[in-house]
Ligand binder design. Sequence first.
Ligand code: HEC
Length: 156
Amino acid sequence: MIFRNTVLGVSLVVSAVVGALPALAEEENPAIVYRDSLMHLIGLNFGPMFMMQDGKIPWDDARMAGYGKDLKALVGLNIMRGFPPGSDKGDTHAKPEIWSNLEDFTKKMEAMQMEAAKLGDIAQGSDRKAIGEQIGVTGKACASCHDDYKEKEEGE
Ligand code: HEC
């Protein structure tokens, strides 16, 4: 009887976990959660780098190097995994044009990943001019995609 109860207990636990998955899919598209989380993390590292370069917060070499290292790690992930076809519906700022121009979108993503990784490397040094220039180049790579493929947020 103990054995039977254990089996029953395990199957209840399994069905509770598996049962939760379709509910998540209905409310939140995992692809949208994935790309939105990743983009926010990229922004939370690039943002303070940009603000230091722009004089909005004091320049700190160690913090610049730390953000750069994390930015490089984040853009080393497979970002396109968050943009599967059919994920244009839901709580998202992604424009449907992404999937009708997927080749152009992918190229813009790769260009940004390359420039941001380069920025991560340059940020390890203390050449503020070179870091500042690469922040500018990277920021343009973000904007060139957002201009075409992302809905504006309020206040943007
Ligand atoms: C190739 C296209 C592309 C590039 C390059 C890109 N983004 Fe995005 N980004 C998007 C899309 C599309 C969204 C909206 C995702 C969603 O809501 O599903 C987004 C969302 C965001 C968000 C969340 C805010 C919002 O409106 O949803 C931040 C923050 C962000 N990006 C920062 C950056 C930064 C910083 C860079 C450059 C280092 C960058 N992005 C480069 C396409 C891009």
